[in-house]
Write a protein that binds this ligand. Structure first.
Ligand code: E4P
Length: 221
């Protein structure tokens, strides 16, 4: 399973890249705003800065909602850098645009997906990635992991090439459950990736090894 980081924070992207486990980045307008990146020139420059840190795919979201606008904006974003993936919302004109981009060989990420039927449409339209938002479903008491399992099953039934990019991940358990479900990618906050490291028995075991090593060093010195 690939690990993407879900942030526009350059320091966090660098930290995940330095860990050696990062395969790409997803952003959205809310994440850009959180970093105080505003104005088109700054936003476009920020995407390029992200591409300079990582070597994998970087999703950049369109804010147009009509076919012509999505196509113009998506082509402009894709021209910024070869790593850019055009992130398109799951709406009628978005589906048309996914097909258009697919025919042109441009990579896409269909975002704001909350049902298997939406994921089926994204795959039919030739999306490179589909982003089911599992955390937001959990937030409203629906089973986000079940949605990942359903999409993986549907795509395998018909050998769709669209990759399942589990999004809106909140915890390390979400990441593990997505891996069990067969998601191709998990896009996560840095905290969830780092929380995968944690286990109390690792901490107590290491403390014991280090204290025993100190005794051994003292005896033999
Ligand atoms: C995915 O690409 C989205 O940017 C993201 O995962 C949404 O997560 P949230 O529900 O935590 O905002």
């Amino acid at each position: 399973m690939k690990f993407f980081i879900d942030t526009a924070n350059l320091a966090q992207i660098k930290e995940a890249e330095d860990l050696g486990v990062l395969d790409g980045v997803t952003t959205n307008p809310s994440l850009m705003a959180k970093e105080g990146i505003t104005g088109q020139d700054n936003i476009l420059k920020h995407y390029v800065d992200i591409c300079k840190i990582v070597s994998g795919d970087v999703s950049a979201e369109v804010i147009s909602t009509d076919f012509k606008g999505i196509v113009e904006e998506g082509e402009m974003l894709a021209s910024l850098h070869p790593q850019i993936v055009i992130k398109v919302p799951m709406i009628k004109d978005g589906v048309k645009a996914l097909k258009y981009f697919s025919n042109k060989g441009l990579k896409t990420n269909c975002t704001l997906v909350f049902s298997p039927g939406q994921a089926l449409l994204a795959a039919k339209a030739g999306a490179t990635y589909v982003s089911p938002f599992l955390g937001r479903l959990d937030d409203i008491n629906q089973d986000g992991i079940l949605l990942i399992e359903q999409i993986v099953k549907i795509y395998r039934n018909y050998d769709f090439k669209t990759q399942v990019l589990a999004a809106s991940i909140r915890s390390p358990l979400h990441i593990v459950r997505c891996a069990e479900a067969g998601a191709d990618v998990a896009t996560c906050p840095l905290s969830a990736i780092l929380d995968l490291l944690k286990h109390p028995l690792t901490d107590s075991g290491l403390a014991k090894f280090l204290s025993d090593a100190k005794k051994f060093t003292t005896v033999n010195s």
